[in-house]
Write a protein that binds this ligand. Structure first.
Ligand code: ATP
Ligand code: MG
Length: 213
């Protein structure tokens, strides 16, 4: 049995065509089903539905043989025990620093001010500001980061941006690009060894199906 860990929403939707290219079709839609284990057309392949940030953990411990996770999540996790053979080029967005319109970020940085940064991505933010030599206090949040600077919790946020619509709606602007983000296939190093004959053809099919742009 091959177990593939996916999260609901955009990753599931954008992974489906890749799975289909490998001859794998989900028999149920996780958005309408409450099941967390989904059968596929292949008796030897099943999908499990987990939180996006939990995908690396399931694969690392071998509870899933492979999974799809954003680079944002993998950077936070650290990637121990995970083989990352493919950038799937899906769920693309950018990790950015954003501040309220009118906040002079460049001057604050130049003056060596200590900045308060709210983010779900504490590890990524810590590394980014350490590299720049900017002193920061990091405040861990689990969502709706855009709110933090509006109510005085933080000076700036580190968050994913795609269209910029959410920033704009909350009078924020992106001031620094940290990284380009996309989702990656992650494979358990143990599973790759033990189930190589089944997994390798799947990896080849995924590689063939990745859209380049
Ligand atoms: P939850 O909503 O369960 O708290 P989450 O917010 O991490 O989890 P999603 O918002 O579905 O889950 O994001 C899943 C992944 O999709 C992220 O890890 C990231 O790689 C990618 N992603 C997030 N936001 C965007 C976006 N605006 N555009 C494209 N990809 C994104
Ligand atoms: Mg979300």
């Amino acid at each position: 049995m091959i177990t593939i860990a996916l999260s609901k929403g955009r990753i599931f939707e954008e992974t489906l065509p890749l799975l289909e290219a490998a001859g794998i079709q989900a028999l149920e839609d996780p958005e309408s089903s409450r099941k967390l284990i989904l059968a596929t057309n292949r008796a030897d392949v099943r999908l499990i539905i987990v939180r996006a940030s939990d995908v690396p953990t399931y694969v690392q411990y071998g509870a899933a043989d492979m999974g799809v996770a954003g680079k944002d999540v993998l950077d936070e996790h650290g990637g121990a025990g995970l083989y990352q053979p493919l950038d799937l080029n899906i769920a693309k967005c950018r990790m950015m620093v954003a501040v309220p319109n009118g906040f002079d970020y460049a001057s604050a940085v130049k003056q060596g001010a200590r900045l308060r940064i709210a983010t779900k991505y504490v590890q990524t933010a810590r590394e980014h500001f350490a590299e720049k030599g900017v002193h920061v206090d990091l405040i861990k949040l689990y969502g709706s980061m855009e709110l933090a600077p509006l109510v005085g919790l933080a000076d700036a946020i580190v968050d994913l941006v795609s269209s910029g619509g959410t920033l704009k709606a909350n009078n924020l602007q992106a001031v620094e690009h940290i990284a380009d983000i996309s989702s990656r296939l992650v494979v358990s190093q143990a599973a790759l060894k033990l189930k190589h004959a089944t997994i390798q053809p799947m990896l080849d099919a995924f590689a063939q199906a990745i859209r380049q742009e």
